[in-house]
Structures are given as C-alpha cells and as structure tokens.
Design a protein around this ligand. Sequence first.
Ligand code: KIV
Length: 264
Amino acid sequence: MKNINISTLARMKRDGEKIAMLTCYDAGFVPALEQAGVDVLLVGDSLGMVVQGHSSTLPVTLDQMVYHTACVARARTCAFLIADMPFMSYAEPRQALDTAARLMKEGGAHMVKLEGGESQLPTVKSLSGQGVPVCAHLGLQPQSVHKLGGYRVQGTDSGSAGAMRRDALALQAAGAQMLVLECVPAELAQEISGLLEIPVIGIGAGRDCDGQVLVLYDVLGLTPRMPRFAKDFLQGQGSIAGAAAAFVEAVRTGTFPEPGQVLR
Ligand code: KIV
C-alpha cells in the first residue's frame, strides 16, 4: 500500500484517476479501509450524528474531534488523513489557527476541513500561510443547517450557482488544496471540478467530480434513513472490507453515483 499525500492527490486529479474518500472515526475500521484502497480518511464531524446520535453536527466539540482524529491516526499507515474543524471552532482566523494546531499536533491530521465560501477567505489564507493544508467545503454546509432551513440541494438557481463558482475559485486562490462539494446539481459540480486545479470531491454531486466521499455508516447500511445520494455497499459483499472495496471500485470506474442517486 502506497503512502498517499497531497501531491499524490494532485497528481491523481491531473491524471484523471478518481479519488476514493470515506469517513472514519476510530482505529478499528482503518485496516479494512486502507486494504480496500481508500485514498483519504475523513474524520468528519458527521460523527456527531452517526456515532453520538445527535440530529446535527453542531454539538460536536473540538476535544471530541481531536480524540477521534488521534484514534484514526494511531492505526493509519498509508491513507491521507483529514479532520473536520467543528462548528464555531474557526469563527476567526486566530481561533482557526489554534484549532488546526490541535487537530494536527494532538490529532495527527494531515489537513483540516472547514465549511464556507467568501467569509472564510481570510481564514483559509491565514491557515495556508502557516503551512496548514486546507480542504474547503461548499454546497450543503451541515454546520449551517439551521440557517439553510434543512438539508437541501444547493446551487439550484443561477444566482447561487454563480456564487458557488466564484467561491470555489476564490478558495483555491486563497490556498485551499482540496474542495468537497455536498448536495450540488451534477452539472454544476462537473463545471466546478473542471474549473479548479485542486481535487474536487463530491457527495451527492454527481459522477464528474475528481473523487467521491461517503459517510462510512451509510456505506455499511447502518443509517436508518439512507440519504438518496448514498448507497449500502455491504449488500452482496458480506464483509466491511468487501463493502469498502466495492465502494473504491465504483469510484475508480466512475460507476458511482448511479443515475438514481444523482440530485437535481
Ligand atoms: O462530516 C462529514 O462526514 C463530511 C462529509 C459529509 C463530507 O463533511
């Protein structure tokens, strides 16, 4: 298994090789995911919903993110490791530096992820300027669920689609080295992936991003209400390693998401 770093991911984008990313919250799952060929492990703040049982990601604390990131980092041997900065832990650039320092120094993360567009540009510049690799997150931003009025597809009209395009380019110019697009019409996600030089990873954003990410508990069929864009890859596989390998294969060959899983 080859060590994956940010240059590997940039090279994969250039070569048109699809990137497979899954969330992971503890050490126990890491060997199966790495052996299956998962390139990137994301310690997502989705752990607030799938592990802790909350109805949103908002209650997740920085201490909890550091704890889970360190659990995953202890078992990691080759995958690239991203940790989410939780709600209100990066409201100002100075606070974001302190948060990133903890996730990288105590947690062992290689990159931090934050939600938001234009308002986050000073923070992304500041983090990147201090040597912190940043993954931006546009489209549906779950930390803003109460502002958005629910978990809805974003960028469906020309105004919001244009703003997303501009934000994506500005985040890249500010130093972001990766972008997650969540719940975005497939055509818009395809366009943004083509515009950017950095890898764009989709979730509910169609087939034509540079890679795909899913929540591990969805991939294992554990989620009671499966999101429309997700898929239970355990069905017909019989093992966690098999499910992860099926996900990786579907991402690499561009057969996931299937037409019924594409949002409009
Ligand atoms: O927290 C998370 O799991 C995420 C993914 C949905 C991209 O941000």
